[in-house]
Design a protein around this ligand. Structure first.
Ligand code: FES
Ligand code: FES
Length: 413
């Protein structure tokens, strides 16, 4: 790895713009010079697959590839890496198409708590690409740069050895390095050098809109598919679907602030998850709008550095009794601190917000004022009801399992 030998003095409170390619996407971040690569990846890009253990270069948990070679992300300052190409464990494979190393770690149970797994995966990827003929007996030493606190080394060696044997003629490259949702903290007025910063910049007040909102190609953080039954007629629902201002008033915590023309809109949204408050500013483009269907793409930035992009489709279908079935589907891509909430909790909260949206839309269709716009999304209630629902599900699962268990015991009698 050839790091550029550049020297510059910055004040402690100054930030420096750093552009790097992370898992195939160019991203520009504005960071204090003291921020390590591991912190930049985890805290600024939401790529929390890179784990941090010792922060002293000892444990190897933070191993990533820098320009194709393994490096300790905790020992590098992000500002050293302007122009570098970084591959993290998120870039190695996709959930539905794992890299052979990931497959093999699963097959051989090469993990116990899993904390060292990203470090081992990236380190063994580096080893097998540089030394495809490595012998099994050399693996312990070759991989000794990563420490497993659970001491699960035997299975890890088995996993890496199997992949080495199967790919002597070349290890497949990282399988998830397409364009992804990486929203860096580009300061206002800084023009980023790639697609992602440019997109982030358009959400600033006073700027125009881009040609399009291009959603990331990878797996969304959350997939939502919620169907609600409304008592309003399809005609009344169609009236709301055709009125974007009224529609925005139905979305908990959302506010339409500007109509940019050509079916582009600017808005704000506030969500609070317990003590965490998110304030998004963003833009949306309506791609299709008819009496039965509304399709839009949206993207926004949270003031705390998180980012969200979403593709949303709402479909209204007549119900027999004069009511309307409303289906809301969304693929949501999260980055930054909100990506750390956990896919499952963020998904539950988003689904509940869509359910509230459907209720409010029903009110608007009936000619009433939707009652969600006056209050910030009631997110504590959202969170609470989400947790209550989870407890209910768990209780149902446990009681179901107990019934199933007693059934099988009876069968076994
Ligand atoms: S966290 Fe980087 S080597 Fe331990
Ligand atoms: S599996 Fe727990 S640290 Fe390695």
């Amino acid at each position: 790895m050839n790091l550029p030998q550049t020297y510059a003095r910055t004040e402690a409170d100054q930030t420096v713009a750093v552009t790097m390619t992370v898992n195939g996407s160019e991203v520009t971040m504005s960071l204090p010079a003291r921020v390590t690569l591991s912190d930049a990846l985890r805290d600024h890009l939401g790529l929390t697959g890179t784990h941090v253990g010792c922060e002293h270069g000892i444990c190897g948990m933070c191993t990533v590839l820098v320009d194709g070679e393994a490096a300790r992300a905790c020992l590098l300052f992000a500002v050293q890496l302007d122009g570098a190409e970084i591959t993290t464990v998120e870039g190695l494979g996709r959930q539905d198409d794992l890299h052979p190393l990931q497959e093999s770690f699963g097959k051989h149970h090469g993990l116990q708590c899993g904390f060292c797994t990203p470090g081992f995966l990236m380190s063994s990827y580096d080893l097998l690409t540089h030394e495809p003929d490595v012998r099994r007996e050399d693996l312990p030493e070759e991989l000794s740069g990563v420490l497993c606190r659970c001491t699960g080394y035997r299975n890890i060696i088995d996993a890496v050895d199997e992949v080495a044997e199967a790919h002597r003629d070349g290890l497949p490259g990282p399988g998830n390095c397409g364009r992804r949702a990486l929203v860096g903290r580009t300061p206002a007025g800084t023009s980023g050098s790639g697609a992602v910063p440019a997109e982030a910049a358009v959400v600033e007040e006073g700027s125009g809109h881009p040609d399009e909102i291009a959603l990331p190609a990878g797996e969304p953080t959350i997939h939502i598919d919620v169907t609600s039954q409304l008592s309003s007629s399809p005609e009344d629902v169609a009236r709301v679907l055709r009125d974007v201002r009224l529609l925005a008033r139905c979305l908990p915590g959302a506010e339409l602030t500007d109509e940019l023309g050509d079916d582009w809109y600017r808005g704000r949204a506030r969500i609070s998850l317990g003590p965490i408050r998110l304030a998004f500013t963003g833009i949306a483009q309506v791609l299709e709008q008819s009496d039965e269907r509304l399709q839009m793409n949206a993207q926004g930035k949270d003031t705390g550095g998180g980012g969200a992009q979403a593709g949303i489709v709402i479909v209204a279908t007549p119900l027999g009794a004069g009511g309307t079935s409303l289906q809301a589907k969304a693929d949501v891509f999260l980055t930054g601190r909100i990506a750390g909430f956990g896919r499952s909790l963020a998904g539950d909260v988003s689904r509940r917000m869509f359910a509230d949206f459907a209720r409010a839309l029903d009110q608007a269709a009936a000619g009433e004022e939707p009652d969600v716009s006056a209050r910030p999304p009631g997110a504590f209630t959202l969170l609470l009801s989400t947790l209550v629902e989870r407890v209910r599900q768990r209780v149902r699962r446990v009681t179901g399992a107990q019934r199933g268990g007693s059934r099988s015991r009876r069968r076994g009698d």
